[in-house]
Structures are given as structure tokens and as C-alpha cells.
Write a protein that binds this ligand. Structure first.
Ligand SMILES: [Zn+2]
Length: 621
């Protein structure tokens, strides 16, 4: 599961339940084999199943071997169990990376992976060329690097940073003050890396240096972890985290810690040029491209007519490897993130479903396609690839069931996305009847982009997700197999088996109803902060695949602002209100710089041809 959006509580229906219905004769879902799959997939031997690692490869081999033994047929190209595809998995640091601060006649050289590392970079595709090269550029101090018009606070007021580098502190002023206009002791959106990077870039800076806030005793930078598993965001500007201890004497000489305390006292920015201070920065970072594999097995339907239609049952089997930038314990990056719940639990369920269904084939008149996806944690890449290269054509794919994090049920499971096909509720109710687990039903998904069901919904296929809830070990090295509620997961698996049997048996296919798109890209700018929840509404859903230059729009909300302006699914946005758009991040930021009611010029590429339209932004419906 990707950390994109919180689960949206909607019209939830609680169901009571008591005993389990296991699948007919033959091998049903068993506790022993379920936990055996989880133990293997979440073992240290597989190293956290990072994309592009040997561990994920071994996991894929295991899944394929299980599917074969269970009696499935291979569902990949040319009789293979695998659908290979290439993705960018991280960075490779070349030779010649350097960051040097020059102060008068003194020079301070910092080392990549020990005293500095990039939080954001723009890596190249091929080694040999520098991904950034900055020489003798003046350095300007800009407080916390925040430009918050609505709070009347602007670290960039009165300074010109065009063509210069900027040094800022982490976090925000008065961050521990419950009375602060910066949302009390809660951090606002302005304190995020993305906001600081995009603000510096918008102001014309060429690099952003970040140092731990002087009010914090600890510098929580993960300098060494970068060396073990180099990863960085791409915000179109280098953002460099500097070790405070290494530059402490310089900061003090410039008086910056004292300025930070003054800002904290009265919220008056104290940005300034640092006379005779310049930086050199050379960046040699290359995108690491690796081939990863979806694993696909097919159980042909038992009815010669219905067998041409399919139900897809999927789970992602990749995880975070050693943590990297998606870890919620960045200080523990470099440790194995075993991902037992996320998502060995769902992968094991898919394997048990394959065994149980293959042993009871008569119960499945329609074909079942079992898929374990790679690349989910990097952006739903495996499911995006699958819907572009389906084993059974999408027109004949009647529904998708996703299992992502089903290992912590403790008596209840959340089923989301029922709104994509309301008639599935009856099938789910029947499947769960008599079970001893509470099924909480939600009309909407766990959030656009949260897991692989999204890729199917974007292709107008009814898709529902099973999920047993977030917990303290989510995306941390402590997500271990010992914490899995195996009996609970087996109950969830049994409900999915019954649900799949019902969908595979229906005379009519479940109809598709488009879900509300109010969790569009702008929702990444929403959230709980006092300042971020009232943004303008555009009404589009981004394509979560690995996109080219620009932001590919998967779909637009009918009669929403983008739709009314003439934008359609498939368009690639390249400019928004004068701001070049190369990614979802650019768009999110540009949108947040607008207000409801603004008429903005939007340039898109449609089938490669440029098209400019005007869109009137509204408030969120
Ligand atoms: Zn995850």
C-alpha cells in the first residue's frame, strides 16, 4: 500500500458474521500453508523485496512455482509466468559528486553520503553527463524557505534569489507553539520538502540547501543510508541536506541560529544575502533502470461460454527493500523492511486462493486471472503495466479484487470500492455470511493511487479492495511475519474465495459506475492542515504509470472544470497557468498557487499535438 491518501470514511455498513465457508472439496485455504508463504516472502533472505533486487526476483520465482503446483496455467507472454517490464528503481551515484561552500578565503568540502545527500535531484538516463553543475553561485539565507501568503509570512520577501542558491532550516517557525498561526504545534504543508523545493524553484533559485532546525537537538538526516540505497525525489531543483555538525561553525559565523530564534519570537522573516559566500555543486546521479516482473497465473473457467470472461485477483508482492525514501522510519533506512503485512499477506492470500480455486474448478464458470504485481510501492507500476498488457482483454475482464495488507485483521476487514459496482454488495454479503469476521463496507476506494485496484478503476473495471488497516509497523522494519494474524487473514481469504465464486457465476456482469473523483491530484495538497484544505478543484485523475514529460491525465470528472474546459482522459498536461508541468508534483503545486474562480490557461498534448484550453477552477464539490 502506498501512503497517498488516508482511507476516506464513507457510508460504512457493518455486517455481523459467524462461521467460515471454505471452498468445497479438495484443498481449501489452509492456515499452515498461508503462514508458510508469509514467512518465506517476509524473510530476511528476500531482503524486503525491493523493486529491482534479487529478493523480489526470488519472491517472483516462488509465486510462479506455487501457481504451477496449484494447477494454474501461465498467463504471461509466450507461455511464461512472468510479465517483465522496466522501471526506474532508484539512483546510481557516479564519480565526481561534490558540494563545496566557499566563505571568503575558506572552503568547506562536504562528502556525498556522509556530510550531505540530495533529497531531490534530477538524475540523467545515462552515465557520463552531470545531472547538475553549479559553480561559484552566491548563497542566500531564507529562514525556513516558506512563502505562506495566507499567513502573511514570506521568507522570500525582499530578497532576490534568481540564479542563486538558498540555505534554509528544516520545519517551520514556532513549530512547538500551540498558539502559532502555523497551525499550532501541528506542522503545516509549508514545512514539507515538496513545498520548500517548489517554492525555491518558483522564485528562481538554482539549488536549495537544507540544515536541521537549530531548535532541534538532533540532526535526523540519513546521510549514510543514501550511500546504501540512493533515492531522491525529482522536483526540478537540487535539494541538498547538509549535516549540521559539519557546517555548524559557518552557520554560527553567519549568525543564522540567532536569526532563527528571532524569527521564532515574532514571525518576522530575517532573510539576507551572505556576503562573499558561494557554493559549487556537481551532481552525477543516473537513474537505475531494472526489469521487474508481474507474475500471472490463469485458471480457465469451467463454462465454455463464460470462460472468455475473467475476474482478476491481485496483490502486489514488492515492498521497500531497505527502506529508502518511502520508509516511515528514515533513521532506520538500511535495515530490511520485511513487509509481512505490506504485502506478503495479500500475496500469500492470492496463492491460497489459487490452490483452493484450482481444486474446485467447477465453482468458477468464468476464468480467474491471479496476478501478483511488482512496482506498486513506486507508483502502481505493475498494475498499470498489466492493464496495458492484459492476459484476458479488458473488455472481457468483469471485475478485479485486490488484496493489500490483509494480515492484521483482528476480527475485522475493510472492503472498499463497492461504489464502482453497487450490485457487488449482494455478492459480498453472501460471501461473508456466516463468517466470524466483521466486514466494513465502503463505497469509495482507499484513495486514488493507494493501491492497484486504482489501475483497474481507471480502465472502467469494477474493482474492490480488501484491507485490514494501518498500524504502527506500516512501512517500517518492524512489519514482521510474527505479527501477522494468520487465522484472520485466512478468514479474509475465504471471503474473497466465495466472492470470486459468486462473481464468476453471475449471469450478468457487474456494471461499472465511475467513482467520485474528488480525490483527484489536488488532494495531495489537501489534508488536515489548517491552511491546506480549501484548494481549488480541477477535476482530473493522474495516470499513475511511469509517464513521459508532462502529466498524463487518466480521466476527467464529467462536467467538472477540466471537462468543461475541454480536457479529456489521455491528454498530457505540459503547462498550467504559465508554469511548465513535467510531473504530478509540478501540477499539484501549480494548482495550489491558484484560487477557485481563477481562469487558467492549460496546455496539453493530445495524441502528441499541442492544444491550449481555458479552465475555470471551482471549489471542491
Ligand atoms: Zn506499502
Amino acid at each position: 500500500m502506498r501512503l497517498v491518501l488516508r482511507l476516506v470514511p464513507a457510508i460504512g455498513l457493518l455486517l455481523a458474521a459467524s462461521t467460515l465457508v471454505l471452498g468445497g472439496a479438495g484443498r481449501g485455504v489452509t492456515l499452515e500453508s498461508y503462514i508458510e508463504h508469509v514467512r518465506f516472502l517476509a524473510s530476511d533472505e528476500l531482503g524486503g523485496r525491493g523493486n529491482g533486487t534479487e529478493g523480489l526476483h526470488k519472491a517472483g520465482d516462488y509465486v510462479a512455482a506455487q501457481m504451477k503446483e496449484a494447477g494454474l496455467e501461465p498467463g504471461g507472454p509466450e507461455g511464461s509466468w512472468f510479465q517483465p517490464f522496466e522501471i526506474a528503481t532508484g539512483l546510481t551515484a557516479g564519480a565526481g559528486n561534490l558540494l563545496t561552500l566557499h566563505a571568503g578565503t575558506q572552503s568547506f568540502a562536504l562528502q556525498l553520503g556522509s556530510s550531505y545527500y540530495p533529497l531531490a535531484a534530477t538524475p540523467t538516463e545515462s552515465p557520463g553527463e552531470a545531472s547538475a553543475s553549479i559553480v561559484g553561485v552566491p548563497l542566500v539565507f531564507a529562514g525556513h524557505g516558506i512563502s505562506a501568503q495566507e499567513l502573511g509570512y514570506d521568507d522570500y520577501a525582499g530578497i532576490d534569489v534568481r540564479g542563486k542558491a538558498v540555505v534554509v532550516f528544516t520545519h517551520e517557525p514556532q513549530e512547538n507553539d500551540p498558539q502559532s498561526t502555523f497551525n499550532g504545534a501541528q506542522m503545516t504543508q509549508h514545512a514539507t520538502l515538496m513545498d520548500k523545493a517548489m517554492t525555491a524553484r518558483t522564485k528562481g533559485a538554482v539549488a536549495l540547501l537544507i540544515v536541521a532546525d537549530p531548535t532541534h537537538e538532533q540532526d535526523s538526516g540519513t546521510y549514510e543510508a543514501f550511500g546504501k540505497d540512493p533515492q531522491a525525489e525529482d522536483y526540478g531543483i537540487p535539494v541538498l541536506r547538509m549535516e549540521r555538525a559539519r557546517v555548524e561553525s559557518l552557520l554560527s559565523a553567519w549568525g543564522l541560529p540567532a536569526l532563527a530564534r528571532e524569527i521564532d519570537r515574532d514571525l518576522a522573516p530575517r532573510s539576507r544575502e551572505l556576503p562573499e559566500v558561494t557554493i559549487d555543486y556537481a551532481e552525477h546521479l543516473v537513474k537505475t533502470r531494472r526489469t521487474v516482473r508481474n507474475v500471472v497465473g490463469v485458471l480457465p473457467g469451467s463454462d465454455s461460454t463464460l470462460a472468455r470472461e475473467a475476474v482478476v485477483i491481485g496483490a502486489h508482492y514488492d515492498h521497500l527493500g531497505l527502506g529508502g525514501r518511502h520508509s516511515l522510519s528514515p533513521e532506520l533506512a538500511g535495515q530490511i523492511h520485511n513487509g509481512a503485512d505490506d504485502n506478503a499477506s495479500g500475496t500469500a492470500a492470492v496463492l491460497e486462493l489459487a490452490w483452493a480455486a484450482a481444486a474446485n474448478r467447477d465453482r468458477f464458470p468464468r476464468t480467474l486471472v491471479f496476478v501478483t504485481f511488482a512496482g506498486e510501492e513506486l507508483g502502481l507500476l505493475g498494475s498499470s503495466h498489466y492493464v496495458g498488457h492484459p492476459t484476458i482483454p479488458l473488455e472481457q475482464t468483469v471485475a478485479m479484487i485486490n488484496l493489500d495488507m490483509v494480515g492484521r485483521a483482528q476480527g475485522k476487514v475493510v472492503v472498499s470500492g463497492l461504489g464502482t459496482s453497487p450490485s457487488l454488495k449482494a455478492d459480498l454479503d453472501a460471501a461473508a455470511e456466516g463468517g466470524s469476521i466483521e466486514v466494513k463496507q465502503f463505497q469509495v476506494g482507499a484513495g486514488v493511487g493507494a493501491s492497484d485496484d486504482t489501475s483497474f478503476v481507471l480502465k472502467k473495471i469494477p474493482a474492490i479492495g480488501f484491507f485490514s488497516g494501518f498500524h504502527a509497523d506500516y512501512h517500517r522494519p518492524t512489519d514482521d511475519w510474527q505479527k501477522i494474524d494468520a487465522p484472520g487473514a485466512v478468514q479474509v481469504t475465504s471471503i474473497v474465495l466465495e466472492l470470486a465464486a459468486r462473481i464468476a457465476n453471475r449471469t450478468d456482469r457487474p456494471e461499472f459506475v465511475p467513482p467520485p473523483l474528488s480525490h483527484g491530484p489536488a488532494s495531495t495538497s489537501g489534508g488536515s492542515s489548517a491552511t491546506g484544505g480549501y484548494g481549488p478543484y480541477f477535476g482530473s485523475v493522474p495516470d499513475f504509470g511511469d509517464s513521459a514529460d508532462g502529466m498524463r491525465i487518466a480521466d476527467v470528472r464529467e462536467n467538472g472544470p477540466a471537462w468543461t474546459g475541454g480536457i479529456r482522459g489521455g491528454d498530457v498536461m505540459v503547462k498550467f497557468a504559465g508554469t511548465p508541468i513535467t510531473s504530478l508534483v509540478d501540477f499539484t503545486f501549480a494548482l495550489r498557487g491558484s484560487k477557485p474562480g481563477d481562469e487558467v490557461e492549460v496546455k496539453v498534448l493530445r495524441d502528441g499535438m499541442p492544444l491550449t484550453v481555458t479552465v475555470t477552477l471551482t471549489t471542491r464539490p
